[in-house]
Design a protein around this ligand. Structure first.
Ligand code: SF4
Length: 220
């Protein structure tokens, strides 16, 4: 039995007893564990894990696994299935790394270099060329575009214009098109929401994490 290399842990600050969220990015397994179990997983204490009450659930979520699974092979296999299917062209577009917030945990790590990178017309044209070429060569039946960032609404004008052009390609080829977005929501007015809906945005995931004090870096 082994501990998965794909486990991620997050300390829950506000619980009475120290506990952790655990997530496995290979299986999508998710749960909450106590400190003793967390320590055993981190330290790969197989004696503890073999005999713990949670062993079955840990195996089910693939936080623990029994050989001969090779996790990297499994990951590559899953990647190939997604990469080589020709039902849906799935795109994730980051129009900007900039953000009007500064969440302390933000993985975007906004440096002056990445934060100022422009969503230029050249990049937008390259995205359109890629979509046109992919649709033509692989005969996709559906396009899904996930807009994220940074904060995508900082580039509202550019993203709506690019959405129109992507929709045009989809309509021309008679394939369905859906847009999804992840945003902190601060710049989402009702007019903007209406416009995005008209352009085919099916869902906007608004990230609400907690109070200003808990989530925004002091220096901001
Ligand atoms: S709102 Fe999102 S992109 Fe902006 S700082 Fe927070 S986590 Fe990062």
């Amino acid at each position: 039995m082994r501990v998965s290399s794909y486990n991620e842990y997050l300390l829950l600050n506000d619980s009475d007893e120290e506990s952790y969220l655990i997530y496995n990015s290979l299986s999508n397994g998710f749960g909450e564990i106590h400190k003793g179990l967390y320590n055993a997983l981190i330290q790969k204490d197989m004696d503890y894990l073999e005999h713990c009450a949670e062993k079955e659930q840990l195996l089910q979520g693939q936080f623990l696994y029994v050989g001969p699974i090779k996790e990297l092979d499994q990951m590559e296999e899953q990647f190939k299935i997604v990469r080589h299917q020709n039902e849906t062209l799935n795109l994730t577009i980051l129009p900007t790394f900039s953000c009007n917030f500064r969440c302390s945990y933000c993985f975007e790590n906004l440096t002056s270099k990445s934060g100022k990178r422009a969503f230029s017309q050249k990049i937008q044209n390259e995205i359109l060329t890629y979509i046109e070429k992919s649709v033509e060569e692989l005969h996709f039946k559906r396009i899904i575009v996930n807009w994220t960032g940074g904060e995508p609404l900082l580039e509202f004008k550019n993203i709506t214009s690019l959405m129109e052009r992507i929709n045009f390609i989809a309509n021309k080829n008679k394939i369905s098109i859906d847009h999804f977005m992840v945003s902190n929501g601060y710049l989402l007015t009702s007019d903007r929401a209406k416009k995005l809906k008209e352009l085919g945005v099916k869902r906007i995931q608004i990230t609400i994490d907690g109070s200003k004090k808990a989530t925004i870096k002091e220096e901001y």
